[in-house]
Structure formats: C-alpha cells, structure tokens
Design a protein around this ligand. Sequence first.
Ligand code: UD1
Length: 431
Amino acid sequence: MMAEKFIVTPCESLRGNIEIGGAKNAVLPVLAAALLTEESCTLQNVPSLSDVDSMRILIESLGAKTTTTGKGTILVDASNITSLEAPYETVGKLRASFLVMGPLLARFGQAKIPLPGGCPIGSRPVDLHLKGFAALGADIDHSHGFVTATANKLHGAKIYLDFPSVGATENIMMAAALAEGQTILENCASEPEIVDLANFLNSIGGKIRGAGTDTIKIEGVSRLHSKNIKHSIIPDRIEAGTFMVAAAITRGDVTLTNVLADHVKPVTAKLKEANIFVEESDNGIRVFCDKKMDAKAADLKTLPYPGFPTDMQAQFMSLLATASGTSVITETVFENRFMQVGELKRMGAEIKIESRSAIIEGVKSLTGAQVVASDLRAGAALVLASLRADGITEITGIHHIDRGYDHLELQLNQLGARIERVSEKTIDTQA
Ligand code: UD1
C-alpha cells in the first residue's frame, strides 16, 4: 500500500457539529465474541476503521463470514469455523486479535495464536489472559512465538486479576461464558466497552452480571445461541474525547452528537479545570471557550476506568502544551507511552520526561514541522497540535491514525480545519 501523509495548514477556531462513530475498542471484542455462536449476528454502528478490517480478516481466516449489509452494519456468521489457528500476518497487526483465543478455546477446546502486536506502547504481555484460561482448566503451551491453549471442557473458577486489564477481562469473560459452572472475576476492568461486550454476550444467551463493576459473575451455559441477534456498538469515547480537545486547542465551539456524557466524564472534568467550557444537552456535548481566557495548566494521571483514559493522554498533552502554566501528566497504565513527546518538542512544545511523568511548560504557540505518528493516539495528538501550529505541519505514519479514526482529516475539515491527505507518489510527482 502506498504511504500517505497529512499536510496541515493553519486554520481558524473549529466550529460546528460532529457525529461520533461506534467504539473501536467495543467492536473488536464483539467481533471476536461472535465466534462463540453458530447463529448469525448483526452488528450495527460499526466504525469504518483499519483495525476493524484487520479483525474481520482475522475471523474470516478462521472460517467465519462477515458481510457489510449497510452503512455501519455487518453480518457475522461463525457457523462453519474451519481453523483454530490465527495467522501471524494478521495478529502481528493488531493486539486485539488475541481476543479470539477465549471464544475458540471455549467453543472448540483449542486455540493457537501468535503473541500479539499492536501499538508499540510498552511490553504489553498477555500473562493475565493466560492465567485466567489456566484457572478455567486450560493447558497452556508456548512455543515458536505461538501460544496454544487446550481444554476438554472449561470449568468455572474464582479469578482475581493482578491488574484490571481490559483485554484479560474480555477474554476470560468470553471463555467463561461457555464454561461449566460459575466464574467470578475479581479486580476486573470496568470500562464501558466491557459492559458492551457483556450486553452482546447476554443477547446471544450468556448469563453475565456485574459488568461495569470490579466483580463480574458469569454462569456458564452449554451453548450460546439466539435468533435474530442484533447489537449496536456504543459510541467511541476516545474519538469523542479527541474532538473535545480539538475544539479546546483551537479555542473553538464544537457540538458532538452520538456521545455518552458519562463515558467522557474524566475528559470533561480536566477540560473544565483547563478553563474550557463543556455543556451537556439531550442531543450531545458542546465544547467551547472564552477567547479572552487562556487555557490553563492541569495535572492528570491515567488510570483504569473511571479514571482518566490512557488513550486520551497524548491528545491532552497537546492541549496542555499550549496552556498557560506548568502541567504534569503521569502515565500509570502503560510504560513507554510518551512517544509523542519528541515530536511535539519538534513543534516547539516544552516537555520534560521524568520517569512515568511528563512535565509540560505551556507555550504561546507551536510551530509547524515534519513529524512522525509513532502510534494511534500519539498520531492523533500530533494532528491536534498541528491545528494550533503556525506554518505547515507534515505528519507521516498516518496509517496508525487510520486504525482508530475514520478519516480524521475529513471530519476535522468539516469543522474548519485544513488537512490534506497526500500519497507519497503525489509528493514525488510534484517534486
Ligand atoms: C485496551 C485497549 C487500549 C487501551 C487499554 C487500556 C482495546 C482493543 N484496546 O488494551 O486501547 O489503551 O485497554 O485502557 O480495547 N497487562 C499485563 N498482562 C496482561 C494484560 C495486560 O501486564 O495479561 C498490562 C499491560 O501491559 C498494560 C496494562 O496491563 O500495562 C493495561 O493493559 P490492558 O488493559 O490489558 O490493555 P489492552 O486490553 O491491551
């Protein structure tokens, strides 16, 4: 595929309405969970993202059929699974592919998956997933970069997670849905995407209670099936948060629709602390600013939900880089998640990293530069920073951004930004 980049020209404050799409981090586990049933499932509000394409390719390689039946609607039919081994090429692209392990293991008694890839943020092990499967009675074998899990029949267990990992909670919940007896999952993740997955599992006949709290109880059933399964994916709280920061960094006035205010509470709270106005109404969230008032510094620490999301840390850093005063951001969820810092500094930001904290001295303005998106959210942070920069910014590595945003440039342009997507070939021809 031809490499592309964004060329960002300075713009005025962003204004207008934007509709938020379905959540990437909800649809990926739901696509994996569709492997648990031989019935066809209709998924609605599915975002058009390269990560969704990768997950579809993965489950298709296992024998599932996925068909786009309308805008944002996919029909998944996993009645005829032909392989229990995930191909390396697909799994290498997407860490969430490891989520097919729980469903395959539970329904077919075996799964072989390469160790996952995904955004290069920290070491991102899968030990908690595997400990959970072992507690449910699976044998786990590691060899040649693959993990193989086997079990005649999984059984319920009491499992305490050492850390409320989102992926481990989802994978174990899916496996336990078809295990014999009750599973109690303690210190588990309580993200809205976990609730969405539990709702989907319950809609196909699962018996899951407590999703959204730190203890989930799963009564295993012998078969997951139900006629006319339809599930609508929740709105993407990280996409919403990104547009909220886009409004704030350009001192604009943007209203978001198809967003759940509860899910973006930590972002709303920090925006308010930074002098940005956030108003909730029945049909959305309005983010606006008093142009006479500078955005001001704020400290934040990333935490599992309902704490401030690590997936919004980079974008918020761009805002704080242009706020008056000194802010401290502490990243507690992932190690090595300040990949955007070097690039923001190239745009004139003043940021120092000390261990797991970044100390940000706000500057009056940023300057355009050539920068590289190293991962999805770091890339989004650079796009936001470029909206506030004097001069032209060129952002390469934008395939990372496409993993989690559906044409971010077009959506921002609709609000008044001036971002062009250019392929390397076009650049060569012009040169
Ligand atoms: C999910 C999200 C990702 C988000 C993250 C944290 C999806 C597809 N991705 O990723 O966007 O940034 O939650 O909100 O939903 N860990 C272990 N052992 C494990 C599993 C995780 O040590 O077995 C550690 C990780 O290295 C990390 C922390 O736990 O430091 C959180 O990871 P986890 O919550 O599992 O994130 P993901 O599910 O990979």
